[in-house]
Design a protein around this ligand. Structure first.
Ligand SMILES: Cc1cc2nc3c(=O)[nH]c(=O)nc-3n(C[C@H](O)[C@H](O)[C@H](O)COP(=O)(O)OP(=O)(O)OC[C@H]3O[C@@H](n4cnc5c(N)ncnc54)[C@H](O)[C@@H]3O)c2cc1C
Length: 374
């Protein structure tokens, strides 16, 4: 695969997947394993950094197994076995099932290469825009290397993340005002233990830290938005403040780059319509505290591929069926995440949770299990 590969213009009208993040790549790999022809287009040049905590738990490892890349991911990542939180001024440590911390500069190219090996027709530096969708075809504009072409597809999977557009007006976003926003950076001189996921919380938000295989530390946070929050300082100062008030005595942020931020995180949309389906962050967002975004993206990508393969001769309402399926798949998990993240913003709830978990760490097991559902 070359980065300047021309976009194939085929008469077979395969499925198009827009975006080669974890969700899009997983969907493309699964489609190929089910014998469905697929074009996968990605607007970025890899490797690219991305706002992310880079932690994947047991269910994510199961998804990698299904995609045939578990060993590669574990070889290139840092295994994680402990979770250490600073809640309401108390430090809690829990053993967690084996997971992995892996930077998006490493993971996304690895998954994209797996998509190439699976037989997907992959084009990098290629931006896709849905122009029109009718009963029997979706028309897409593809821009690559100053060349624009129009291509018709029998089905389009939108996996273009939080910043994806309105998909030709088919899937408009609903944003919650003053929801949190994400920020992340890589730090080179933070003294944290390998294999441990650190999480510091206060009412302004939470910050996660994890050591990567190359020695850098990924720092990812979700901070409150709104004028009163912004008045308390710039995002990096606020991250420093949360860490300074944590129980992680040795953590001091210096020597970090680059600082990346996200648009408001709390957003939702219809996840499908007609021949268009949305997966991963492009289908709506759940707060990042519990770190399931990538796993849900991969699971959703594979489930969407299964649906497309099952309906390959009758795709005109695949998006509407997907909308129902995805809601059922994620309803319970989204509720758990919302309860946890809301509780973390309440100092009283944090104090009670911290005290209880210190005395009875086993109580965390059902929560961890529910969040790691494969
Ligand atoms: C602060 C924070 C911390 C997080 N921590 C974790 C964590 O520890 N663990 C975890 O599992 N999740 C975490 N997440 C969530 C996780 O980052 C996302 O859920 C995940 O990246 C979603 O993957 P995706 O494939 O849907 O989208 P993305 O990874 O955003 O990929 C979308 C891709 O589409 C491409 N694209 C966009 N538009 C177009 C276009 N028009 N044409 C072609 N290509 C396009 C983009 O370039 C990009 O490569 C965190 C999120 C935040 C904000």
């Amino acid at each position: 695969m070359s980065s300047d590969m021309a976009v194939a213009s085929s008469s077979r009208s395969p499925v198009l997947v827009i975006g080669s993040g974890v969700a899009g790549a997983a969907c493309a790999i699964r489609l190929r394993s089910l014998g469905v022809a697929v074009d996968l287009v990605e607007k970025a040049t890899f490797p690219r950094a991305k706002v992310c905590g880079c932690c994947i738990g047991e269910a994510g490892l199961n998804a990698f197994t299904q995609l045939g890349i578990r060993d590669e991911v574990l070889d290139l990542g840092m295994p994680t076995r402990r979770w250490c939180a600073s809640l309401a001024g108390r430090r809690i440590e829990l053993a967690i099932p084996l997971g992995v911390a892996i930077s998006r500069e490493v993971l996304d190219p690895l998954m994209m290469q797996a998509a190439v090996r699976s037989g997907a027709n992959v084009s990098m530096n290629c931006t896709a825009t849905i122009k029109n969708s009718s009963y029997d075809v979706v028309s897409v504009q593809l821009d690559q290397n100053a060349t624009t072409i129009r291509q018709d597809y029998s089905c389009v999977v939108v996996a273009s993340g939080l910043r994806s557009g309105n998909c030709g007006g088919l899937l408009p976003w609903t944003e919650v005002p003053h929801g949190p926003f994400g920020i992340s950076m890589m730090a080179s001189s933070v003294d944290v233990e390998p294999g441990v996921i650190y999480m510091a919380c206060n009412p302004d938000g939470y910050v996660g830290l994890v050591k990567l295989a190359d020695g850098r530390v990924d720092v990812a946070a979700a901070l409150q938005s709104g004028q009163s929050s912004f008045a308390t300082g710039d995002p990096v100062t606020r991250v420093q403040r949360i860490l300074a008030t944590s129980e992680f005595a040795s953590v001091e942020l210096s020597d970090f780059s680059p600082v990346m931020t996200t648009p408001p995180l709390r957003r939702s949309r219809r996840a499908g319509h007609g021949r268009v389906l949305a997966i991963g962050d492009a289908a709506g967002y759940v707060e990042p505290f519990t770190g399931e975004g990538m796993t849900w993206g991969m699971q959703g990508g594979m489930a969407a591929a299964d649906l497309i393969a099952a309906k390959r001769n009758d795709l005109n309402d695949v998006g509407d069926v997907w909308e129902q399926k995805l809601a059922a798949l994620l309803r319970c998990r989204k509720r758990t995440c919302r309860v946890v993240t809301t509780a973390l913003r309440s100092p009283a709830a944090c104090r009670i949770a911290a005290g209880t978990l210190r005395l009875f760490p086993g109580l965390a097991t059902p929560l961890l299990r529910s969040m790691n559902k494969a």
